[in-house]
Design a protein around this ligand. Structure first.
Ligand SMILES: [Fe+2]
Ligand SMILES: [Fe+2]
Length: 422
């Protein structure tokens, strides 16, 4: 029993050590207690007819177990295979004189290749708690002091090893399981790392796509603006006023973000208006006015092709409608006019009034606030705008002024057309 404890103490390893370390200790200790000169450890892999024994041995008595580089099938024609198949312990006094009637034979190839002379052998199985063989220990050439030649292993030694078999086998199986869990964890960690990497690549791609989208619609808005009149930062300011008003209105984040890039596209439809009409100086005939007033519809047709521009399309379509139903092109009234368009309408008019145009000077903030809240000879606020938005504008007009200042046009901006804006 003391030998068993000694054995177990020797092979005990801190948790997490690789199974190969445990196997090498088992082999080393087995050799020590039997005075074996050499030894091989066979680990069994696979199941049923596919069972194989992979050989490992201790190199130069180091504690590291190294693969011996060969695998044998589990059949009774080899000694280790016989032990693995039957679960029996085998003692052979001279490998070159195996008694007749045994199913196995000794493969002399190793001896012939190395000049080593194998003689006595002790080969025993390691079994798990339910008796399944998980490996085979093969000890070679028992040496005793003062004896030139190896001597046979004894039955006493088999009896010493007997109790070790199951306990060691179970310990090995547990270590193998821990090894497998570690391997599995490692694979899972690697997989998680790859997924994280993939996710950040997708996010980067999405960012790039979003940037490309924002640039495209800015260019579209800018192109439409240049087609009509160069109004400097008008489109950028319209985005920001609209965003500001939507936030004052406590609209959801998605709505605020969407109006912030959609507002700039309100006049995109002017690209489709007959250039002769768009650039005409002086008054328009009623036919020409009709063509000009089609720009909301043209804008809607251009923008409604994309799902992401749904709000932009409704803004383009409805930014000239009026609260009392006297606007164009569909004479919508009240809440039938989308909120986004009602917001952009105030933003657009605030900026047009603040800006210098060929047909008017730039107005001060105070004057524009007065026009939008109280009206003038052209604008009747309560008839034109959503009354709720007039009140919202009146309460927050400093924010509009702030946007105007932050995105002011560089001095000397060219203003080059007579087209009426609002
Ligand atoms: Fe317009
Ligand atoms: Fe505008």
């Amino acid at each position: 029993m003391s030998l068993l404890i000694e054995f177990l103490e020797f092979i005990e390893l801190p948790p997490g050590e690789p199974v190969s370390k445990l196997l090498s200790r088992v082999l080393l200790k087995s050799r020590q207690i039997t005075n074996a000169e050499a030894g091989t450890f066979f680990v069994q892999h696979g199941r049923g007819a596919h069972r194989k024994l992979e050989a490992s041995s201790l190199q130069n008595d180091r504690v590291r177990l190294k693969s011996a580089g060969f695998v044998i099938p589990v059949t009774t024609s080899s000694i280790a295979g016989y032990v693995a198949t039957t679960g029996e312990t085998v003692i052979i006094n001279d490998l070159y004189a195996i008694p007749p009637g045994r199913s196995y034979s000794f493969n002399q190839a190793f001896d012939q290749a190395t000049g080593y002379r194998s003689r006595s052998m002790l080969c025993f199985p390691l079994q798990n708690h339910v008796g399944e063989v998980i490996g085979v220990v093969q000890l070679l050439n028992r040496r005793l002091p003062g004896r030139d030649q190896p001597v046979p292993f004894t039955r006493d030694q088999v009896d010493l090893i007997g109790p070790i078999n199951h306990i060691v086998g179970t310990a090995i199986e547990r270590a193998q399981m821990v090894d497998r869990v570690h391997l599995q964890n490692k694979r899972l960690r690697e997989r998680a790392r790859l997924l994280t990497e993939q996710r950040s690549r997708i996010e980067a791609l999405q960012d790039e796509t979003e940037d490309a989208f924002q640039i495209s619609i800015r260019l579209l808005a800018r192109a439409a603006e240049l087609h009509d009149e160069d109004t400097g930062n008008h489109i950028l300011r319209t985005n920001e006023y609209s965003y500001f008003l939507a936030k004052c209105l406590d609209m959801p984040v998605d709505f605020c973000d969407e109006i912030r890039y959609s507002a700039q596209l309100h006049d995109v439809g002017k690209m489709s208006v007959d250039a002769a009409v768009l650039k005409k100086r002086g008054g328009l005939s009623s036919q020409e006015r009709d063509e000009m007033n089609r720009h909301p519809y043209y804008g809607y047709k251009i923008l409604s092709a994309s799902d992401r521009l749904r709000m932009a399309a409704e803004i383009a379509y409805c930014h000239h409608e009026k609260w009392d139903g006297t606007g164009y092109p569909r004479k919508l009234r009240g809440d039938d006019i989308p909120l986004s368009a009602r917001i952009v309408q105030i933003a657009d008019i605030y900026d047009a009034l603040r800006s210098e145009r060929p047909y008017k000077p730039a107005f001060s903030h105070e004057r524009v606030v007065a026009i939008i809240t109280k009206g003038d000879d052209r604008i009747e606020p309560r008839a034109h705008f959503d009354p709720r938005l007039i009140d919202l504008f009146a309460a927050n007009h400093e924010g509009m002024e702030r946007v105007w200042r932050e995105l002011a046009d560089p001095s000397g901006a060219v203003v080059a057309s007579v087209a009426q804006h609002a």
